[in-house]
Design a protein around this ligand. Structure first.
Ligand code: ADP
Length: 302
């Protein structure tokens, strides 16, 4: 089962070109869609979730034509939007049961084990009688996953799920996602490099509506081996460095500035070679000096 996105474009009425000729092949398993705010991630996720239509392009999920058969897609789709609104007065178990009925599980006897199974899988069994209004952000997101998983979706879309979660909740949530079926396509849309680094065997980087890179994170990192250099400097030295080098990132550490630079060869005194990471891949891709030969459409495939 694969999701094929071909030449999908979308321009909003206000003139914003949110997606520009997006082509991706997404296999079963976790797939990371990484990009900054405004990149077009939600537009693509809503399009895949059949909530809005593109101006052009085709999308196929296995043998389903997503744009032509939206009702059939909805039968097998789980969608966890950025903001998962809940009814604060409802109890978790009751609301999940209610959503299960809406999903077509009208027989109480077959529904009950499904609801129980999902509450256990999302680690909400012990709090199933509590009202959602008292849930933490992480608990609400896990409840959203339980709802999204109703009906065993073949396509699960999770849009910016860890924004607003504290570190412990985030880890718990990512662990939950990592356990999800390898048989379905799970797309994790995020601006957080760490989320993708920890979970996704394949990923794409999107910016300004265009796919800039489609890759396996580990291979993409490998390609930067020997090309990432680090120096610790005082802030006044930064402008000169920025002139002279392809800066990947700058971070404050203990009052000094840690500069990471992309360079095929040693950039000179004061720099040491460091092992690359996915953040280096992300920033070098965004800055356009990944060092690969882009395809005709201007993107890099690894
Ligand atoms: P992301 O999810 O990566 O932050 P979005 O898909 O939300 O990106 O937005 C992509 C671009 O489209 C942004 O410039 C955003 O302002 C614009 N946009 C999103 N939704 C709409 C809309 N309904 N009408 C007009 N512009 C929109």
């Amino acid at each position: 089962m694969e999701l094929h996105i071909r030449n999908v474009s979308k321009r909003y009425a206000n003139g914003v070109q949110a997606l520009q000729d997006v082509t991706l092949t997404i296999p079963a398993g976790m797939y990371g869609l990484l990009g900054p705010n405004g990149a077009g991630k939600s537009t693509l996720m809503r399009t895949l979730a059949t909530l809005q239509e593109p101006d052009a392009g085709q999308i196929r999920l296995g043998d389903l034509d997503v744009l032509g058969q939206p009702d059939a897609v909805r039968q097998t789709l789980g969608y966890l939007p950025q903001e998962f609104g809940v009814y604060p007065k409802a109890r978790a178990e009751d609301l999940l049961d209610y959503f299960a009925v809406l999903k077509g599980l009208t027989n109480r006897r077959t529904r009950q084990p499904v609801v129980e199974g999902l509450l256990r899988q999302t680690n909400l069994w012990d709090v199933r009688r509590q009202r959602l209004g008292g849930f933490s952000g992480g608990m609400r997101q896990r409840f959203g996953v339980a709802v999204a998983l109703l009906g065993n979706p073949r396509l699960l879309i999770v849009d910016e799920p860890t924004a607003g979660l504290d570190p412990a909740e985030r880890v718990r949530f990512l662990n939950l996602l990592s356990e999800l079926g390898e048989n379905s396509v799970v797309i994790l849309s995020t601006h957080l490099v760490e989320d993708v680094a920890e979970l996704c065997p394949r990923m794409a980087i999107i910016n300004q509506g265009r796919i800039l890179l489609e890759a396996e994170p580990l291979r993409a990192i490998e390609k930067l081996n020997g090309k990432v250099w680090r120096s610790v400097v005082d802030k006044p030295a930064l402008p000169a460095l920025e002139q002279a080098h392809a800066i990947i990132s700058t971070k404050l550490l203990g009052g000094r500035t840690v500069v990471r630079v992309f360079s095929e060869t040693a950039p000179g005194a004061g720099f040491e070679a460091v092992p690359p990471d996915l953040e280096d891949v992300y920033f070098t891709t965004m800055a356009g000096h990944y060092g690969q030969t882009p395809t005709q459409e201007g993107r890099v495939e690894l």
